[in-house]
Write a new protein. Structure first.
Length: 291
């Protein structure tokens, strides 16, 4: 799950903790009904899986698996499958990656013309085949280049543009707070922070304190927390320690429904009890549990 936070600036100019609540949130002019979003999971978040999660209720935004901008423009079969959608699959962000501004612009414009709700730029993928081409986490190593690429994509489309990134390349280079500030200045609608460095890959614990530094670094845009949010308990912990508002769920889809309903009713979210499995109708999708 990805969890959203709203940074606020006090009247005296000092930073205040972000406010957490259950209400809707906006990415520019795009309203998102809830603050609990489905993570882009490689190999899982296809159309069938997204629709199944939406049917459970409580989902705000869903994002596709990451898509190579060049392959999308070439009409590659796999890329077309990844961006397959339908009217019921809204709001939807398509996550693209690449290192060439011209290709990223063209891909974003193609997606806008196709009717997607938002474009998410991936600057967090640690996989070698993505990084070796200058995409994913490699973008965080050259702040000037990264900000320039984001700026031209934002200027090229009218739909919201978000950026998903890690804390930095390694513990010695935690560039996410600086980049988040710069991305806000060039017009991104939100930043999504995976609380690990590229060097960590998917090992070790998510650094919630470091996610909070990103929340404190920006002035207005939402910051979305991501990483190890598999259950309602994980979401509660992330909210408490990072003050993010939206969060990305990568575990039990029923957690999105339960968490959203509890907060809307002004109650402490309950931990799921007994669950029953349901089929998604897609052989490639994992089992979903309904609370």
């Amino acid at each position: 799950m990805e969890m959203v936070m709203d940074p606020l600036k006090s009247q005296t100019g000092g930073r205040e903790a972000a406010v957490c609540s259950a209400g809707p949130i906006c990415l520019g002019a795009l309203g998102i009904a809830t603050r609990y979003w489905l993570s882009p999971l490689a190999g899982y978040t296809n159309l069938a899986f997204r629709l199944a999660v939406r049917e459970l209720g409580g989902l705000g935004m869903a994002t596709t698996d990451l898509v190579n901008a060049r392959a999308l423009l070439q009409g590659g079969r796999k890329s077309m499958e990844l961006v397959q959608t339908c009217p019921a699959d809204r709001p939807l962000a398509v996550q693209i990656y690449g290192a060439e501004p011209e290709e990223m612009i063209a891909a974003a414009q193609w997606l806008e013309s196709s009717g997607v709700s938002a474009v998410d730029i991936n600057m967090g993928c640690p996989v070698h085949k993505v990084v070796r081409g200058g995409g994913g986490s490699a973008m965080m190593c050259d702040a000037h280049r990264a900000v320039g690429l984001v700026r031209v994509v934002v200027e090229a489309v009218s739909i919201p543009v978000t950026v998903k990134m890690r804390l930095g390349w390694d513990e010695a280079n935690l560039t996410a707070p600086f980049l988040a500030r710069e991305f806000e200045q060039v017009g991104v609608a939100a930043v999504i922070i995976h609380g690990r460095t590229r060097a960590q890959g998917f090992a070790g614990a998510v650094n919630l304190a470091a996610i909070r530094t990103v929340v404190e670094a920006v002035e207005r845009i939402p910051v979305v927390g991501n990483g190890d949010v598999l259950t309602i308990e994980d979401a509660i912990r992330m909210r408490a320690l990072t003050v993010v508002r939206p969060s990305l769920l990568a575990g039990e889809p029923c957690s999105i429904r339960g968490f959203s309903r509890s907060l809307s009713a002004g109650k402490q979210p309950a931990i799921p009890g007994r669950r029953r499995p349901i089929r998604t109708g897609c052989a490639s999708c994992p089992t979903i549990f309904v609370c």
